[in-house]
Design a protein around this ligand. Structure first.
Ligand SMILES: [Zn+2]
Length: 504
């Protein structure tokens, strides 16, 4: 592939053809950008990712909650989204198309410094730099603020908004959660659910969506917990590929791999609790199948941080389509959110410390599921070379289909044992697919194309010696395994407890 754009188009084409995602949706009505449908394999892949994410949070002591996606305006006034969740927009005076002013300036005049400019200053910049409509070349109108929330109405006339993030809806539960935690902190919860952002002319397909599934984990804690966080000891000797902000100021791309203990000692992280939180985000992305080869943790420059954030790091994944993609944010939000909701709701959102009310702090891990999903497909792609077809090298644990079962022929003496094996593997919890049509070579190829790591074939030898063929996607090698052992063998292979080479 010569350019990024070619590769992006290739991944989109492949995803549409093989049933990962389709769109923009609704396709038969011309599509609305920022909306995508997941096809059968995309949905399987997303389910796998969500189940890995869920396990990781639960293992780390988080409880899952689910809140409504629609909330009244007061909630978003309190959270700051009504006033602050805005993009600067300019409209073409001739063709009427709208654009994000800052992106437009960055695209047409990359050397211009526009960070922190207000709408009037951006309007001036557009005039000064002679920036025009990318669609028709005409003059652009004044820059205005545009809120990214989708507005709706509850009942006849109550102004409401679709949530732009799940986090705020979790904070509203604080009083209830505190009782659930038997009035003791720290307490951790997470939510997986839909969120909506009315982006101006979103491009980049699956990476910039107007409706997406968000995952947000929150730890409610006090200052004393931030510095005294016993779980940190469990990960102190683990390493993580990091890019601290001081390094970026010298050289953008230097990734340093160091132990968490060392990173804390060198003050790349302010507290053990926050460092632990960043490591948790990293380990969730590892569980989703990403490796250090395509992953890094990048600290925000002090100028990039949100006004309430004491510190912020991102998980970034490297893709052939878009280079480094920001996939997850880890934020130290302080007590900003609960303080605001306490003020607006007039409800007490504090705990007693030495008989005085204290509003707790929040550490947050936030990401959308669709970005890692796209990055996984991008990272899994292997071009033809020594095979008849391009194939996908998904890590076995997240592959949409984990095992395929083939009877050599559709005759009943082979169909019956093949169905029996299929049922047993499916019942064990692995996602299994049964295919009896076409030559074996063609069936292998179809599974390679969608990234199924292991295929099992039942043939005439099975009837004689009770063994079946297991074929490995990555090496295309085959071994025979006893029918009685097949479920435990493929389960071990999928979960990485046994290497395929150990079977030979
Ligand atoms: Zn125009």
């Amino acid at each position: 592939m010569s350019t990024e754009k070619d590769f992006t188009e290739l991944i989109f084409g492949l995803s549409k053809k093989r049933g990962f995602f389709w769109g923009p949706s609704p396709e038969i009505y011309g599509g609305s950008s920022g909306f995508y449908d997941l096809g059968p394999l995309g949905k399987l892949l997303k389910n796998r990712l969500e189940s890995r994410i869920r396990s990781a949070f639960v293992r780390s002591g988080f409880w899952e909650v689910e809140c409504p996606t629609v909330s009244p305006a007061i909630v978003w006034k309190a959270s700051g989204h009504l006033d602050g969740f805005i993009d600067p927009v300019t409209k073409c005076t001739k063709c009427g198309q709208a654009f994000r002013a800052d992106t437009l300036i960055e695209e047409q005049a990359p050397e211009a410094h526009i960070k922190g400019l207000d709408t009037e200053q951006l309007t001036e910049k557009i005039k000064e730099l002679g920036i025009t409509c990318p669609a028709c070349g005409s003059e652009l109108g004044p820059v205005q603020q545009y809120n990214l929330m989708l507005k709706t109405r509850v009942g006849l006339d109550t102004e409401a908004y679709l949530r732009p993030e799940t986090a705020t809806t979790t904070y509203l539960l604080f009083k209830r959660l505190l009782t659930f935690f038997r009035d003791r902190l720290p307490g951790s919860v997470f939510q997986i659910g839909k969120a909506y952002r009315n982006e101006i002319s979103p491009r980049q397909g699956m990476l910039r969506l107007r409706e997406f599934t968000q995952v947000e984990g929150q730890i409610f804690l006090l200052d004393s917990h931030e510095v005294d966080w016993p779980q940190f000891d469990d990960i102190a000797d683990e390493t993580m590929p990091i890019v601290p902000y001081q390094v970026q100021e010298r050289d953008e791309d230097t990734v340093i791999t160091m132990t968490m203990k060392e990173a804390l000692e060198k003050k790349h992280f302010q507290t053990p609790a926050y460092a632990w939180c960043v490591y948790l985000a990293y380990s969730i992305f590892r569980d989703m199948g990403f490796t250090d080869e395509t992953m890094r943790l990048r600290q925000h420059l002090p100028t990039e941080r949100a006004h309430y954030a004491a510190d912020a790091w991102d998980v970034e994944i490297h893709t052939r389509s878009f280079g480094w993609v920001e996939c997850c944010g880890i934020h130290d939000r302080g007590n900003y959110d609960l303080t605001r909701h306490q003020e607006f709701s007039k409800e007490k959102l504090s705990v007693k410390v030495d008989k005085r009310p204290v509003v707790p702090n929040v550490l947050e891990i936030a990401f959308g599921v669709e970005r890692p999903l796209y990055c996984l497909i991008d990272n899994a792609y292997v071009s033809k070379d020594d095979r008849d077809t391009a194939w996908l090298r998904f890590p076995p644990e997240v592959a949409p289909i984990q095992v395929a079962v083939f009877p050599l022929m559709g005759k009943s003496e082979l169909m019956t044992p093949a169905k029996d094996i299929y049922d047993r593997i499916q019942d064990s919890g692995l996602i299994t697919y049964f295919d009896k049509s076409g030559s074996i070579g063609r069936r292998y190829r179809r599974q390679d194309e969608i990234g199924t790591p292991f295929c099992i074939t039942i043939d005439y030898q099975t009837l004689e010696d009770k063994t079946v063929t297991v074929r490995d996607r990555d090496t295309m090698k085959q071994v025979r395994v006893g029918v009685d052992d097949i479920v435990s063998v493929v389960t071990d292979l999928v979960h990485g407890r046994r290497a395929f080479s150990s079977l030979q």
